[in-house]
Design a protein around this ligand. Sequence first.
Ligand code: CP
Ligand code: NVA
Length: 305
Amino acid sequence: MKHLLKMSNMTKEQIIKLLDIADQLKYDLKHGIEHKHLAGKSLGMIFQKSSTRTRVSFEVGMYQLGGQALFLSSRDLQIGRGEPIEDTARVLSRYLDGIMIRTYAQQEVDDLATYGSIPIINGLTDFAHPCQVLADLMTIREYKGSFEGLKMTYIGDGNNMANSLIVGGLLVGMRVSIACPLGYQPSDDIIKYASKYGDNFTLTDCVKTAVCGADVVITDVWASMGQEGEQDIRKKAFAGYQINNTLLSVANDGAMVLHCLPAHRGEEISAETLESHQTEIFDEAENRLHAQKAVLCMTMSDKFN
Ligand code: CP
Ligand code: NVA
């Protein structure tokens, strides 16, 4: 796998291989078995937005794999003063073995891949959050054993998480149902992509219809990074789009609840539901580390290709 730019660039086989590697790395870490697959390699981590999980999981992941990670805030890079992404890509390719970038426009991530000569990993854009979705898929398989016959539901904003969950969920063979208010639906490209999957994909504005018979129920914040100014208007638009125990009563018995975090209790998820599903939600957060190590191995080490 050359880059990880968005989920639709992956095949089902690549996702399953990545999840198998992540599971093995998790098992081995817990049993004290080290793997220095990236010894001597350096990952640059460009952040134009805040992060807790992505930054720490990639930095610790690189260390555990025998390499090093450089935190590059866009405020300190010349990018912040207008140096073009094309030049940044070509320069950083001379020093680094890979770049993970968190930014606004997907085009910047795609441009880094076009102009650079090293693997590029999307650590979140306004359009996609593939690293998170790989950790989510890992968590779902860990709890449910396989993806066979599962229905995955996402409630809330048709944002980066929704876009990536739809593609990832469909690729591994789950049925995917989405409930978003009108005006806050996933990207047109994603809806077009999903329509190829026929009845396996449904999009509605009715939360109850979407959650009915679900095995996995997922949500995310109503206002993503960069949308802070829309918080009040979004709170009104998303009223009723909360995952809570009443809504979950129509899901299948033993349904999982996932949230990429950070969460806003009392908005997209009730405090009670978050706490009663904290085991899987914090396993999901932990799995960022194992899934990200698998992403690093598959993009930056020849041994995995
Ligand atoms: N879920 C996630 O990407 O978290 P951070 O914003 O803390 O990296
Ligand atoms: N949709 C959220 C995800 C945060 C991990 C955001 O983009 O801010």
